[in-house]
Design a protein around this ligand. Structure first.
Ligand SMILES: NC(=O)c1ccc[n+]([C@@H]2O[C@H](COP(=O)([O-])OP(=O)(O)OC[C@H]3O[C@@H](n4cnc5c(N)ncnc54)[C@H](OP(=O)(O)O)[C@@H]3O)[C@@H](O)[C@H]2O)c1
Length: 243
C-alpha cells in the first residue's frame, strides 16, 4: 500500500463528485477521478491538479463490467491500492417519472447506475479496500430515498417530487449500503450512505439551493471517519437521516 491515503470518486468530473475529489485532495490524499467521458475526465483532472490536488484519471462507466474491472486494475497500478471508495455517480433516469405515467426504461436507467453500478464498483474495489488499514465506502444516496420522507405528509418532511425511478433507486441503494455494512461488520471497512441536500448541479438543472461544495461536505466527513466511527448509517449535514 501507498503511504498516502488513496481515494476513488465515481462521477467526479463535475457537480458534487468533483467537489468531493477536491475536498479529499485538499487533505493531501491521492484521488482517482472516476469518469466515463475522456474529455470531461481530463478537464477535471487538470483543474484539480491546478488547485494542487494529486489527481489521476480513472476511465469508469459504472454500467460496464469491463470498464469497472479495468478501473480497479488501473487504481492498483497507479496508486498501489485503495483506502476510500466514494460511489457518487448517479442519474435521475429522466423526468418526469410520475407513477401512472412511467416508462420502465426510465426506472431501469436509474437502477442500472444508482444501484447496480454501485454494487458493480464496490465488488471490484473490495479486494483493494480489504488491504487498507482504514477503509471507507461512502454511497451517495439522497433524502428522497428515505421511506420515512417519501411517506411523510406534505409540509411534514415530505421530500422530492413524485418519482417511480429515482427515489426508489436511492431507497434500494440505502438497503444495499446496510447489506454491505452487515457483511463487513467484522472488518475495518465502514460503509455509510450520504445525502448532500438539494444541490445546484446538472442533475436538477441547477435548481438546487446548496453549492456543490456544500453538497460534498457530508461525503468528505464519512470518507474521513475515525476507525470507531459508525457503519451502516445514513447521514446528512444535520445528522442521521431516517430510513
Ligand atoms: N444534486 C442534488 O440535489 C442531489 C441530491 C441528492 C443526491 N444527489 C446525488 O449526488 C450524486 C452526484 O450528483 P450531482 O448532483 O453532482 O449530479 P451531476 O452533476 O449530474 O453528476 C453526476 C455524475 O455522475 C456521472 N455518471 C452518470 N452516469 C454514469 C455512469 N454510467 N458511469 C460513470 N459516471 C456516471 C456523471 O458523468 P457524466 O458527466 O459523464 O454524465 C457525473 O459525473 C448522485 O448520486 C445524485 O443522485 C444529488
Amino acid at each position: 500500500m501507498s503511504e498516502r491515503t488513496v481515494a476513488l470518486v465515481t462521477g467526479a468530473n463535475k457537480g458534487i463528485g468533483y467537489e468531493i475529489a477536491a475536498g479529499l485532495g485538499a487533505l493531501g490524499w491521492r484521488v482517482g477521478v472516476g469518469a466515463r467521458d475522456e474529455r470531461r475526465r481530463e478537464a477535471a483532472v487538470a483543474a484539480l491538479r491546478a488547485d494542487g490536488v494529486d489527481a489521476f484519471g480513472v476511465p469508469l462507466d459504472v454500467t460496464d463490467d469491463a470498464s469497472v474491472t479495468a478501473a480497479a486494475r488501473l487504481v492498483e497500478e497507479q496508486a498501489g491500492g485503495l483506502d476510500v471508495l466514494v460511489n457518487n455517480a448517479g442519474v435521475t433516469g429522466g423526468m418526469p417519472q410520475q407513477p401512472g405515467g412511467a416508462d420502465v426504461a426510465t426506472v431501469r436507467a436509474a437502477v442500472e447506475v444508482n444501484v447496480i453500478g454501485v454494487v458493480r464498483v464496490t465488488e471490484a474495489m473490495l479486494p483493494l479496500l480489504r488491504r487498507s488499514a482504514s477503509p471507507r465506502i461512502v454511497n451517495m444516496s439522497s433524502g428522497v430515498g428515505s421511506l420515512t420522507r417519501q411517506s411523510a405528509s406534505a409540509g411534514e418532511g415530505q421530500t422530492g417530487p413524485l418519482s417511480v425511478a429515482y427515489a426508489p433507486s436511492k431507497s434500494m441503494l440505502n438497503a444495499v449500503t446496510v447489506q454491505y455494512a452487515r457483511a463487513l461488520a467484522d472488518t475495518s471497512i465502514l460503509v455509510n450512505a450520504a445525502c448532500p441536500g438539494f444541490t445546484a448541479t446538472d442533475l436538477n438543472g441547477f435548481r438546487g439551493v446548496r453549492t456543490p461544495q456544500q453538497g460534498a461536505a457530508v461525503a468528505v466527513r464519512l470518507a474521513t471517519l475515525p476507525d470507531d466511527g459508525p457503519t451502516g448509517g445514513f447521514f446528512e449535514d444535520a445528522g442521521v437521516v431516517p430510513w
